[in-house]
Write a protein that binds this ligand. Structure first.
Ligand SMILES: Nc1ncnc2c1ncn2[C@@H]1O[C@H](COP(=O)(O)OP(=O)(O)OP(=O)(O)O)[C@@H](O)[C@H]1O
Ligand SMILES: [Mg+2]
Length: 244
């Protein structure tokens, strides 16, 4: 098992996977390292689903790279509708085999190996190269013991990410009171970590940020990056340079 993980970490950091998220790729040498595992972490409503979906949509539409969204939380119908409101018309891409939505509603620790076999089967069958898993947190809830969770996490990441070579975004929901079992493990294993936040400023006003806290083999931007969510998805706000 360890050998599998070691081989997964030896990713090709020279080859980059363009996210297509405006303003973001230039913050990390042109995109995610090909074949990497990236953890997207943040509280509810901070933009993780939109970020992951935009990554898949851009890959499928602009680069003809097949992507798959694995959802443990939301059904296909609601997902397709929400994405359409952001201008991501997924259905035509589904018909062309460039986008796949895999619904995984019920999770038990006994059922987990079958779920992963199903994910791997889909990756192989559809030639998936971009993968989003929503969410790691939902999967962790199937395990009662931290030891089982660790074994499972190592196994699945070796098998899926290592075996298939997909660039994978794994969503983690964080809360005010972070439980050790649901945070941490995936951040050690991941090649990259992006934190999403919504910060109150004055009165009702809120500002959205993302922060790249880890990206193996990459000279990346440090600190909080202000982001915006609008009718066309998420984008990094590029600061205005004013001439003096
Ligand atoms: N068209 C839009 N214009 C502006 N903001 C929007 C628009 N559509 C969605 N949003 C914002 O994006 C948020 C949802 O983002 P997203 O679903 O990516 O969050 P999330 O981090 O996945 O949340 P959760 O953990 O609950 O799944 C909404 O709560 C809303 O604030
Ligand atoms: Mg979400």
């Amino acid at each position: 098992m360890c050998a599998k993980i070691a081989s997964r970490v030896a990713l090709d950091s020279d080859s980059r996977v363009v996210t297509g998220i405006p303003g973001f790729d230039e913050m990390l040498e042109g995109g995610f390292p090909a074949g990497s595992l990236i953890s997207l972490a943040g509280r509810p409503g901070t933009g993780k689903t939109i970020f992951g979906s935009q990554f898949l949509f851009f890959g499928a539409k602009e680069l003809k790279e097949p992507g798959m969204y694995v959802s443990m939380l939301e059904g296909r119908k609601a997902y397709v509708r929400n994405m359409l409101r952001l201008g991501f018309d997924i259905q035509p891409l589904e018909s062309k085999g460039l986008f796949r939505f895999l619904e995984m509603p019920t999770l038990t620790s006994e059922g987990m190996p079958a779920i992963w076999d199903e994910i791997v089967r889909n990756i192989d069958e559809y030639g998936i190269v971009r993968l989003v898993i929503d969410s790691f947190t939902a999967m962790t809830q199937a395990f009662e013991r931290i030891g089982d969770l660790r074994v499972f996490t190592h196994m699945l990441l070796g098998k899926i990410v290592g075996g298939a070579g997909c660039t994978t975004l794994m969503i983690t929901e964080t809360a005010h009171t972070d439980v050790l079992s649901s945070v941490g493990i995936q951040e050690f294993i991941a090649d990259g970590v992006i934190h999403f936040s919504l910060v109150p400023i004055t009165g009702e006003a809120r500002v959205r940020y993302i922060e790249i806290t880890k990206m193996r083999g990459t000279n990346h931007q440090m600190g909080l990056l202000p982001v915006e969510i609008g009718n066309r998805g998420i984008s990094v706000k590029v600061p205005h340079i004013t001439a003096r």
